[in-house]
Design a protein around this ligand. Structure first.
Ligand code: C2E
Ligand code: CA
Ligand code: CA
Length: 709
């Protein structure tokens, strides 16, 4: 009596857990059924007479029948093709007690379609091994079969035409076809598992392979001509088309390469033209541009130069195309292509990306970022001017302007990103009013703007006589002033006194140096003439700096003769300072120098030691003086290596029978060291910086009087 409630509780507890268990089992069953439905297999069982005893939903749908139609009425054989019926009979006869696995059969459905299945049996046995029941498992192989068939057809079709090579993401060869082995001369066995590098090992174009892989990595594909050798060393020209197989963005699973032998192909040129050129304008297409860009980006870092992409989009092409018709539109695009080609140098690339978008790729701009940008801007402006000229065809006159986006590069960037940046800059240019140019980078835009402002001002300075010449004394070992270096100064009304380092470069880039150089030369000659009258100054020599650009002018010698004759000076009083940078063409330079030397003018090699002149080239030039660069003078007492350079230059000058002068001498110790080592000519702040002519003469006369007193 007392225990009764507890018993009841237990009973309740039991009931509850039974209930939970049933619920769990039901859930599990539902889950299994769900999973089962997702599987690509179905199952059925047979009665003793071979008719279906039970059939699941998969098999029902494959046989396109209902349970009622099948159970106890039909056998599997009723749904098989004749061949498959035969196959099933023999296979199950061989297999002991109807147990078999993976027989491939063809099901014939009601509508005549064939389904490929794989049939297996699975028996349930008791402990004694007695078969209790048997289930049949059916796999639908139709999709696999179809894919296999497609592959087989594709492979046969391609086998005769192209060599195919499939590699893993690291370039390890997984599979090649017969044509590929025939083309390369290697067997499949020799190639499988090896890196594709094997094929390029004999290649003269090792570097090319790197470029190709860079292209695939960034673009996902590459095609072009390759010059290869077969295993036996025979050369052949191939057309290679490589694509990356990407199952998901950014993931490469395979590379597939198609190789065509075009060694003797008359279609070679045609293939190239179609693949790389735009059919309307005959300009390089996007693919060609990308290939070129990849090459340029890889090579640029070695040269230290810079490049630019100019993305050009026409401002009103659509209006013309819509209003005047497509024929006019096409004609306009052809004409634009022509003008672009004429606006740039032969070595630059003009490409048409499609529609009214063009890109100009310029690759050997100045090493300095700002100067390169300025050069790119000059090219862009020239393009804008050229494109804005009226077009005449189909008895009409059109005008069409363009917007240009510029993106600068120095090598190593991603080609895709550069094109995108230039494109973005182009949109910026469109926003800011058409017929204009915009840089991708705002700082660059500002720098370029200030650079071109300076250029304008310098142009004006030359016209409005804002330039002056200062003179820096050159002294001998006794401290006597024997010469002066003419150094230009720009007294700007807005900016004050500007030193040459802030404008000579711009002057050189823009060609203004020609005018500036002539002005300094004239001023120096006028000064020599003026000094002739005074015994205290008539022996002074003036050294004039000559820029490479100035010296390389074809009429430099005749201009010099003009100035010398009009001023009527003794040419021996004039010295020209050249730099090692103009010694590239030693033949032409020495010839020009010889003809100047004949006039009686002498030469100094400025900034000596900073360039790369070889001793042999030095001996071939009619030089009179080496000028030790001030950087060595500055450091020679601090750095033993610079002291050695100074001593070497002095020794060199002596053995070549040349004068040697040290510039940038700032201390007594530097002067003493130089003198001790055999250099007896100096200039520098220790004696005096560059002076206006008044101050120079004042210093000179003060010195003269102290010397004579
Ligand atoms: P440079 O030919 O090497 O001229 C020497 C420069 O060193 C001058 O600078 C001078 O003022 C400076 N200098 C002189 N003594 C000392 C010194 O003791 N210590 C230091 N630290 N510097 C000293 P500047 O006048 O500013 O000229 C700079 C450069 O501009 C010149 O270098 C030359 O390459 C160029 N330049 C000047 N005038 C002309 C010209 O008329 N034509 C051309 N083409 N270039 C010129
Ligand atoms: Ca100089
Ligand atoms: Ca110098």
């Amino acid at each position: 009596m007392y225990n009764f409630p507890i018993e009841k509780e237990k009973e309740k507890e039991k009931e509850k857990s039974f209930f939970i268990l049933t619920e769990k089992l039901e859930k599990l069953e539902a889950e299994i059924n769900f999973l089962y439905d997702q599987m690509p297999f179905g199952s059925y069982s047979l009665a003793a007479d071979g008719t279906f005893a039970s059939v699941d939903s998969h098999v029902l749908s494959w046989l396109a029948s209902t349970q009622e139609e099948l159970i106890g009425k039909k056998k599997l054989g009723d749904f098989l093709t004749n061949n498959s019926q035969e196959k099933l009979r023999t296979e199950s006869a061989i297999a002991a007690r109807s147990e078999f696995s993976g027989i491939e059969l063809d099901l014939l459905s009601k509508d005549g379609a064939i389904r490929h299945i794989s049939l297996s049996t699975s028996g349930l046995r008791d402990a004694a091994g007695q078969l209790l029941s048997c289930r049949y498992i059916m796999f639908d192989m139709t999709p696999n079969k179809q894919a296999q068939e497609k592959l087989r057809i594709a492979a046969t079709a391609l086998e005769s035409v192209a060599g195919i090579c499939i590699t893993d993401p690291d370039g390890v060869i997984l599979q090649v076809n017969k044509t590929f082995t025939r083309l390369t001369g290697y067997t499949g066995q020799e190639l499988r598992g090896k890196s594709v590098q094997l094929l390029s090992s004999q290649s003269v174009e090792q570097e090319n392979y790197k470029l190709i892989f860079d292209a695939i990595r960034s673009n996902g594909h590459w095609q072009g001509e390759i010059h290869e050798r077969r295993k036996d060393g025979h050369p052949f020209v191939g057309w290679l088309n490589i694509a990356a197989i990407k199952p998901a963005p950014g993931i490469v699973s395979y590379y597939v390469g198609f190789l065509y032998d075009i060694t003797h192909s008359s279609a070679q040129e045609e293939i190239k033209r179609l693949a790389f050129y735009d059919s309307l304008t005959q300009l390089p297409n996007r693919l060609h541009l990308e290939n070129r860009l990849i090459r340029v980006l890889a090579k640029l870092p070695q040269s230290g130069l810079r490049g630019a992409l100019l993305f050009i989009d026409l401002d009103n092409f659509k209006t013309i195309n819509d209003s005047k018709g497509h024929a006019a539109g096409d004609q306009l695009l052809i004409e634009i292509g022509e003008r672009l080609r004429h606006s740039v140098r032969h070595e630059d690339t003009v490409a048409r990306l499609g529609g009214d978008e063009f890109v100009v790729l310029v690759s050997d701009l100045n090493a300095s970022e700002v100067e390169a940008a300025r050069q790119a801007m000059a090219i862009g402006r020239e393009i804008l001017t050229s494109l804005a000229q009226p077009y005449q065809f189909l008895d009409c006159e059109f005008t069409c302007t363009a917007s240009i986006g510029v993106c600068m590069f120095e090598g190593g960037e991603s080609p895709k990103a550069l094109l995108q940046n230039a494109d973005m800059a182009m949109y910026q240019a469109k926003k800011g009013g058409r017929n204009s140019l915009c840089f991708f980078n705002e700082e660059m835009q500002i720098a370029v703007a200030s650079y071109s402002k300076l250029e304008q001002e310098l142009r004006c300075a030359l016209r409005e006589h804002q330039l002056e010449v200062y003179f820096e004394p050159q002294l001998n070992s006794e401290g006597k002033i024997i010469a002066a270096e003419a150094l230009v100064r720009w007294r700007s009304p807005e900016r004050g006194m500007i030193l040459p380092n802030d404008f000579i470069k711009i002057a050189e880039d823009t060609g203004l140096i020609i005018g500036i150089g002539l002005f300094v030369l004239q001023t120096a000659c006028d000064q020599i003439k003026a000094w002739e009258k005074d015994a205290r100054t008539r022996d002074l020599q003036i050294a004039v700096n000559v820029s490479a650009r100035q010296f390389l002018q074809v009429d430099f010698v005749s201009l010099l003769i003009d100035v010398i004759t009009t001023s009527g000076i003794n040419p021996a009083r004039l010295k020209l300072e050249l730099t090692e940078s103009m010694m590239h063409d030693i033949e032409a330079t020495s010839e020009k120098m010889e003809s100047i030397k004949k006039l009686g003018v002498s030469f100094a090699m400025d900034d000596f030691g900073t360039g790369y002149s070889s001793l042999s080239s030095l001996t071939r030039l009619p030089l009179n003086q080496l000028k030790i660069d001030q950087s060595f003078v500055h450091n020679m007492l601090l750095k033993p290596s610079d002291a050695i350079v100074v001593q070497t230059i002095i020794g060199m000058a002596h053995s070549l029978n040349l004068e040697v002068i040290a510039e940038g001498v700032e201390t007594q110790e530097q002067r003493n060291f130089l003198l001790l080592n055999g250099c007896a000519l100096f200039q520098g702040y220790f004696f005096s910086g560059p002076l206006s002519i008044c101050d120079f003469e004042a210093l000179l006369f003060r010195q003269k009087s102290s010397h004579s007193s």
